[in-house]
Design a protein around this ligand. Sequence first.
Ligand code: SAH
Ligand code: SF4
Ligand code: F3S
Length: 426
Amino acid sequence: MKYFIKTYGCQMNVADSGGMEKGLLARGWERGESVDGAGLVVVNTCSVREHAESKAMSFVGELVERRQKGEDFRIIVAGCMAERMKDTLKKRFPLVDLVVGAKDIERFAELIENVPGVIPADKKSEVSEPSGISAFVTIMRGCENFCSYCIVPYVRGPEVSRPADEIIEEITARAANGAKEVTLLGQNVNSYHGKSANGATAFPELLEKINAIPGIERIRFMTSHPKDAGDELIKAVTRLPKVCEHVHLPLQSGSDKILAAMNRGYTLAGYSKVVNALRAACPDVSITTDILIGFPGETQEDFEQTLRAVNDIQFDFIFAFKYSPRPGTAAAAKPDDVARDVKEKRHAAILSSLNGIATQKNATLLHTEQEVLVEEKRAGQWVGRTRTNKKVFFESVLVLTGKTVLVGIKRTKINSLYGTFIKIAG
Ligand code: SAH
Ligand code: SF4
Ligand code: F3S
């Protein structure tokens, strides 16, 4: 029997889908590429914005319709939206066989045993770690920062760090299976505090331990929270050779009034201090961010402060989101008072500013040689990333999957670089 998993949301959800796959493979299921022919469809949902929920909801609706028309497969709705709506989802869609909220996702394999028809054979086998050049490894679950707009603490629960030894073991196994790069996932990795055989391990020590794993060449992590990003993090980025020169540091807003209303725990000056220290210690570091537009009470002046901050800080990339009230959060009690067309306009202004900044930044890489970890061949071109997380495309007749190569950059765009192969590095 085949399963198909459709994943919405962030990298954490992608990693969770990987965990669910492992459970299914161990029970004799095979991976399918689409709903057609699948005996089981898992929808791993996201709740972060209304739009994310409506996409997942309409996919579930489609599945239910196909079932009503006579197709035979089980439907499982999992993840953050499943957690938020676990009491109503089954009422709304009686044909959904099981709802597994984000807080229960680690018990997925156990929970599906109760669904009739889900275990095709009583075969349970050991499944090896997935192969792949780039591995995503969850180091902590949940969040307790309660930014006033955010649903994550409600659907993922309080912050729990995974034991360091377990993380090291997983990464060692992934490296043995061909992984060269690992991305450590958590809502706020800087506050990681895991147990290990000889006491507690904080984030910088965890990085140090991973840095010692043979086979792993690059270490990335996200997300860093500006309120917890201090000297230790900067030291890790500069001193540990495998830790890449890229930090994703969500600013959200450039207005101190809005930052306080968001409960972010830092001011623009505090944020800029972290950025300046990072750049002083590591001039090539790439800094990307998230900007939240149209938070309740955001005036034109507040927004202009954000725009100025974006222009001053010169981010390498920006993910800009329009505020969407999330039921049950503190901000949802305030009127969503920035009109939709104003949000649109401000969003467009951020993107246009990003366009200028990122294009210009990438142009400085023209005619440089970049170290690229090659991931795959796509449409005849090799694709990999620089240590600063920029995508690079180039051609070569050699088989280069998983190799670190030097590429001469010949052309640059807002979010990708194009070049010619020089040689395999090292
Ligand atoms: N833990 C990360 C972010 C997780 S959510 C952090 O602290 O930055 C990813 C991004 O989604 C956030 O940075 C924010 O910009 C955006 N986001 C979160 N809640 C949102 C909401 N209610 N409406 C619109 N965007 C939101
Ligand atoms: Fe949400 Fe804030 Fe936690 Fe990030 S740190 S997940 S934005 S509550
Ligand atoms: Fe991620 Fe969406 Fe959940 S962003 S943590 S999948 S709400």
